[in-house]
Design a binder for this molecule. Structure first.
Ligand SMILES: [Zn+2]
Length: 201
């Protein structure tokens, strides 16, 4: 990058927490730490991975309707929508609520491991990290947990008129998963991750 004040070419690198880069020639502040707490993100990743399985497999909705009890998981919901002919919607639910978040969490988890183990200093680790970082934007756009959380809240309000609706353990796990991913993405800084790759250039 170039210094705003004197046009000196400065190579960007990852900074430790709370540090500001200044131009070596004219002392103009260049950029602040886009800091990413690796340990914090790693911890949230592990929590998200643990919650992911029950969030997908346990019932998110439980309906009691004239003596019969029906439960639905995220998977079944998506398949049911597809079965009714709305296969685009079903596919969107599968990608946005199941596949997207799963890939995103796994990708961030792999990135944190590569940083923690210093594997990115080897050519093979570097290549993997480049691919993961390149696809990060796409994966974060694909995961739409928030839309799914809102939609099952809306659905349950509508259904509550003619059936008793209960939230299952899956709802709890799914909502927790949503919150953890939200905080994880707040803490995660793509720019900081690219910084690790520039460290040796
Ligand atoms: Zn300067």
């Amino acid at each position: 990058m170039l210094c705003r004040a004197c046009d000196l070419a400065v190579s960007r690198r990852a900074l430790p927490s709370g540090v500001r880069a200044i131009c070596p020639r004219c002392k103009t502040p260049l950029y602040d730490t886009p800091y990413c707490a690796i340990d914090g993100v790693l911890a949230m990743c592990i929590a998200a991975l643990i919650l992911y399985i029950p969030a997908m497999l346990l019932p998110v909705l439980e309906m009691h309707f004239i003596g019969s009890v029906r439960t639905t998981t995220v998977w079944q919901g998506a398949l049911a929508v597809a079965d009714q002919g709305y296969w685009v919607v079903g596919l969107a639910v599968l990608i946005g609520a199941v596949v997207g978040p799963g890939l995103l969490i796994t990708s961030i988890f792999a990135q944190m491991l590569i940083i923690k183990t210093h594997y990115y200093r080897r050519p093979s680790g570097r290549r993997i990290l480049v691919v993961l970082l390149r696809y990060h934007k796409l994966l974060s756009q694909l995961s739409m947990l928030e839309i799914y959380v809102i939609s099952f809240l809306v659905t349950s309000f509508q259904l509550s008129d003619f059936a008793d609706v209960y939230f299952g353990m899956g709802t709890f796990c799914f909502t927790m998963l949503f919150l953890i991913v939200l905080f994880m993405l707040r803490e995660y800084k793509l720019e900081h991750m690219w910084g690790y790759l520039n460290e040796f250039e």
